[in-house]
Ligand binder design. Sequence first.
Ligand SMILES: [Fe+2]
Length: 149
Amino acid sequence: MLKTFVCQICLHIAFNEAPVDCPVCGSAIENFENDVDAITTPVDPANLSEFEKKHIPAIRLERACTSESGGACTDVFIKVGEIEHVIETEHFIEFIDIYINRQYFSRIVFTPKKIYPSVHLHVNADKGMFSVIAHCNIHGSWRSKIKLD
Ligand SMILES: [Fe+2]
């Protein structure tokens, strides 16, 4: 079973093992807790409820590359979720963390004001498993993934 470790400072989730330093907030390995329930998984992945659709990130690959360099890249659109999640001070999507092959690359932070939790990324990769964890301040962390190639 996949091991998940949660930074108790910034709620970043690391896979397989805890990192020496948190790649998001820099806190030490002692601040990571092994938590098998770190990521909420849908009851029936083939038949998502409205609640689940509001939290699981929807990922869309857009093949038309806009890179001038000619390198391997993929345009990716991420929206949390398939059904719009509310953005209120008491309840909102705080951040999404981006991984390729379970290695962390970026965090995108949101506020509960005006901007809905969606983002368009130009990813410098065209292979591997691209995954996103969305964190709701009330309902926790939710993941979805998609193969780039
Ligand atoms: Fe929520």
